[in-house]
Design a protein around this ligand. Structure first.
Ligand SMILES: CC(C)(COP(=O)(O)OP(=O)(O)OC[C@H]1O[C@@H](n2cnc3c(N)ncnc32)[C@H](O)[C@@H]1OP(=O)(O)O)[C@@H](O)C(=O)NCCC(=O)NCCS
Length: 323
């Protein structure tokens, strides 16, 4: 098995900042409630850019930092639950934007755990197909699937994208992943698909077009999922939690992260948190956070890091990597 590492990271956020006060003009809520219950103060919202536009902008930064020409990419995976359309995939749209003519392209639908899943899928394909370079993106325009009249959900989400260029490498890079799901709990967080209403359907089945969520159930699941995924990914690796420099969690709610940290008996400072300004961008939270850490100079060669995510599906997972 060849080693695969993140050789370049990038992110892009739409420029429009939507504060909690602005949201309180849309639904019955207020800044204090949102900050206290979630930790979110503001989020970026697209004024028309679609998922593939955001993904492409993040990808260009990651490619430049990795020193990789888009023409040398052999694989593009976009993790998203808000693609521009069913066909072509967001990955094919990104390929076209980048002129990455050699790449195999597909999207994966794993909700907020998408980036973590995509890293391991890319690593596997880079090994089985002997690809030298791959692009993994998490990108979302959740604002288009948000019910802006539902105060239980519209306060939580934002738009944005993050991208990583992966290369085969001498150093360890992605050491291990832990990927799981609990499909029986899927109803706790849904976005409906097209209606079933054809000349042949026995009855009309009309689907919700927007995010629907049982917040309390997702909250409970999330705390346990982080604890399990962090413990499992270091199991049998000879790496202890003390040796982990940072845990980069999915940025859904600061209370979820604080409770998980307490259960793991870890200082909250080990967790990188940026959700106050970015909110929950689903598959994009982890690469956006990694990009911020990179830009702040926090990531040093050899640092051991755990990425951990959970979300719709319900899915969850983690990646242990050496920077
Ligand atoms: C959504 C979430 C913030 C709600 O917080 P909560 O503490 O569970 O709040 P509840 O849903 O129990 O609601 C408590 C009260 O606040 C009210 N409320 C809900 N949203 C509100 C809002 N935006 N502003 C003001 N009040 C609100 C409720 O109506 C309820 O009022 P009631 O007691 O009079 O009925 C929280 O459950 C959560 O973050 N869950 C996880 C969601 C998540 O991370 N999803 C994405 C996963 S990838």
């Amino acid at each position: 098995m060849n080693n695969v590492k993140i050789a370049g990271i990038g992110a892009y956020l739409p420029s429009l900042v939507v504060t909690n006060d602005r949201i309180s003009e849309l639904v019955e809520t207020n800044d204090e409630w949102i900050v206290q219950r979630t930790g979110v103060s503001e989020r970026r919202i697209s004024e028309g850019e679609n998922t593939s536009d955001i993904a492409t902008k993040a990808a260009k930064i990651a490619l430049e930092r990795a020193g990789v020409d888009a023409k040398d990419l052999e694989l593009i995976i976009v993790a998203t639950i808000s693609p521009d359309m069913f066909i072509p995939s967001a990955a094919c749209l990104v390929q076209s934007n980048l002129d990455a003519d050699k790449a195999a392209c597909f999207d994966i639908s794993v909700a907020c755990s998408g980036f973590v899943y995509a890293l391991e899928i890319a690593k596997g394909l880079m090994n089985s197909m002997n690809y030298k370079n791959a692009l993994v993106v998490g990108a979302e325009v959740l604002s288009k699937v948000t019910d802006w009249t539902d105060r239980g959900t519209c306060i939580l989400f934002g738009d944005g994208g993050g991208a990583a260029v992966l290369k085969q490498s001498e150093t360890k890079g992605i050491i291990k992943s832990y990927l799981r799901a609990d499909g029986k709990k899927g109803n706790a967080l849904t976005i409906g698909g097209p209606d079933i209403d054809t000349p042949f359907s026995k009855e009309k089945i009309l689907k919700d077009k927007y995010i629907k969520m049982n917040g309390r159930e997702v909250f409970k699941f999330a705390v346990g999922a982080i604890e399990e995924a962090v413990n499992e990914v270091i199991k049998d690796t000879n790496i202890s939690l003390e040796e982990i420099k940072y845990i980069v969690p999915h940025q859904a709610n600061s209370r979820i992260i604080e409770l998980a940290a307490a259960k793991l008996n870890l200082n909250i400072d080990k967790f990188y948190i940026n959700l106050d300004k970015v909110a929950n961008t689903s598959s994009a939270t982890v690469p956006i956070a990694l990009n911020e850490m990179y830009e702040k100079g926090l990531l040093k060669k050899g640092d051991k890091i755990i990425l951990v995510a959970f979300g719709g599906g319900l899915t969850y997972g983690s990646t242990l990597l050496e920077w």
